[in-house]
Ligand binder design. Structure first.
Ligand code: AMP
Ligand code: ZN
Length: 304
């Protein structure tokens, strides 16, 4: 974001800072981090995500979004632990793991690292071939599964931002994926087999997470994953462009969606989408969850 001489809307000083068009605010470098933490605190309270008595498991990839929420929750003195999943992707995984490790050591945050291959001992490339799904999809599926298993009743925090949420809604509207659309909310409540998942950055843009990391000197991994799906990139770009041209529009769209989602999809309809996997108990839309189905295919593949 461009640094300009501005009159800060909070401390009123004439200082170097930024124009945050979507909030109609000008903030100086000194005031921005507190503003960012305050917005997170307000989101946590508004959606009753968790309290200072809960143990929170933060899923950290090493990117700017999850690093910024990890740092903000630490500053706000929440009881946090970090979990990093090592996807075993050449260079990318090694570098991001190192960033997470160094940060957690410095900030005294307990960290657990799990290798994706601990769940299924094959490379993502092989799993993609066996499942006939793109690498990005298989990786995401396994990450969500491991995270849920690891959380065991604790609340999971992810670094999903407003940009992520709006991209996800638009994409699932274009393809009318009702099952996914019905479950979009800043808090996903704990159910049998599923841990409570929360997104404290759901009202914060990626411009802001980047700014927060830069001002508070938090290192993050800034390279795109080589397997990132094109469709994901496309929707992220569209959302960025919409917000750039119409500042504040995506937050309005997201809040509007949250107001309507319960009307669009009644509770009973939501329940019918999900049931327990017969094998592992994970919530799924069919008899066996996608991971158990993949494991079956892997067995067939290994035994010819
Ligand atoms: P993404 O699907 O890459 O947009 O990531 C969304 C969120 O999932 C991130 O903000 C993290 O909270 C979490 N996440 C992604 N990758 C990892 C990982 N390798 N280990 C732990 N959490 C992750
Ligand atoms: Zn299963």
């Amino acid at each position: 974001m461009e640094i300009k001489k501005i009159r800060c809307s909070l401390c009123k000083s004439l200082n170097n800072g930024f124009v945050l068009n979507h909030y109609n605010l000008k903030l100086c470098r000194e005031c921005f981090p507190n503003f960012f933490r305050k917005r997170i605190q307000e989101t946590i309270e508004k959606f009753k995500m968790f309290t200072k008595n809960d143990i929170i498991l933060v899923a950290v990839s090493g990117g700017k979004d999850s690093m910024s929420i990890l740092k903000a929750l630490k500053d706000l003195q929440y009881n946090i632990r970090a979990l990093h999943i090592d996807a075993g992707i050449e260079k990318v995984s090694e570098k991001s793991k190192q960033i997470v490790q160094e940060f957690c050591e410095k900030e005294h945050i307990p960290l657990k690292i799990i290798k994706l291959q601990e769940e299924i001992d094959l490379s993502l490339k092989e799993l993609s071939k066996i499942s006939k799904k793109p690498i990005c999809a298989v990786c995401g599926m396994l990450r969500r599964y491991i995270l849920n298993k690891e959380a065991l009743g604790q609340t999971i925090v992810t670094g999903h931002t407003l940009n992520d949420e709006v991209s996800f809604i638009l994409k699932n509207m274009i393809f009318w994926n009702d099952e996914l659309l019905s479950r979009i909310y800043p808090v996903l409540y704990e159910k049998e087999g599923l841990s409570k998942k929360v997104k404290p950055l759901c009202l914060i843009t990626e411009q802001e997470t980047r700014l927060f990391c830069e001002i508070t000197s938090v290192k993050y991994f800034d390279e795109a994953c080589p397997y990132r799906s094109e469709i994901y990139e496309l929707f992220k770009k569209i959302v960025y462009e919409i917000n750039y041209n119409f500042p504040g529009s995506i937050i309005g769209f997201y809040k509007g969606y949250l107001k309507r989602v319960k009307k669009f999809y009644s509770e009973t309809a939501k329940e019918t989408f999900l049931k327990k996997c017969k094998n592992c108990g994970y919530m799924t839309v069919s008899d066996l969850c996608s991971i158990c189905r993949l494991k079956e295919k892997v067995l067939q593949y290994k035994h010819g």
